[in-house]
Design a protein around this ligand. Sequence first.
Ligand SMILES: *Cc1c(COP(=O)(O)O)cnc(C)c1O
Length: 408
Amino acid sequence: MSQLALLGGPAVKTKPFPVWPHYDEREQQALTEVLESRLWWRTDGTRVTQFEQDFAAFHDAKHGIAITNGTHALEVALAALGVGPGDEVIVPDATFVATASAVLFCGAMPVMVDIRRDTECIDPDLVEAAITPRTVGVIPVHLGGHPADLDRLVQLTSDRDLFLLEDCAHAHGSEWNGKKVGTHGIAGTFSFQSSKLMTAGEGGIIVTNDDEVERNLRSVHDCGRLPGEWFYSHYAYGSNYRLSEWQGAVLSVQLERLEEQTARRDTNSQLLDQLLAEIAGITPQARDTRCTRNGHYAYIFHVDPQEFAGISIERFIEAMNAEGIPNQAAYPQVHQLDMFQNGAYKTRLCPDQAAGEHAFLKGSFPNSLRAATEDYWVPQYCLLGDDQDMREIVVAIQKVQEQAENLA
Ligand SMILES: *Cc1c(COP(=O)(O)O)cnc(C)c1O
């Protein structure tokens, strides 16, 4: 095999991966139509409303409420569910900060628990152990598109009258037991930020089957208004989280591609699972048999340094990037983020909660640590490539492994 690209040899990848995001004349036409209609605001327009209905239908949900972004979708959902000071909400320690910060935004305490070593999603046993009299709900994250154990989570939250809010920011189109993610609990939130599985640059949506929750969500996201009521009547505390018609128009076209793109990502990721099983020291994120479809925000695998001459993950990533294989950084552990370690998070809590013991912040989270420090994430757009693209990812790993001594 040729020399490592990092050391001056030729890169494995000669044909680039597909570019992201995708667009064609349909987005251009939709945007022109919005422009010329002069209806740029969802309140007068129809694009966002149409998108909400189509996205909800795609996810077998009764309602969709479009929101400015995925972080706001979590904030609006938690506010609409009545989360407030004194409450605790259980979240995984391996996620983007928003899953936890949205809880703080509502003045409540996010309680981090570790993930499972195999699926890298929140561990239901640890969720159960973390429940206290203050606990009001759980937010599982379907990491990399793989659903958390929704059987266990639905059971344990409904038994205790807690809400289950799915953070589906990675999981557009994912299914658990043949049912799309988003409505296994009371609601689900999605993001349309530029790296996500469909995008308008920014954007988000909340799906729910519950009419009462939908009414609250609509009100919170539109300054406390209620649909059909006088414009300057504000029934509850809310803010402006409305999506624009530009974004609604683009997202409607993006949604038309989702089915086909999800199928391709899922097929390619299963090919990678098969090929990577042959390489010592590479362990892909496990796929539960109840995951009947994985939207695949990323293809995640663990790298055992011992099988790579003891090199660090940073060195491995550098070598892979040089071979033409991109990666996106794994999340740092949430409880280790500065705002938790320096105490800044307490400014969001009511005094008695801020003064309380948050011993879990000093706890041990071996699986989220392993995920944060030894995982490689292949971005979702790479999974839109062909067979050869997948095989080249594998060849690059083999090449780095064979010559890892030279990187040590
Ligand atoms: C991207 C993301 C969010 C937030 O979405 P934004 O649209 O970027 O605000 C929330 N949770 C997870 C797990 C995410 O990956």
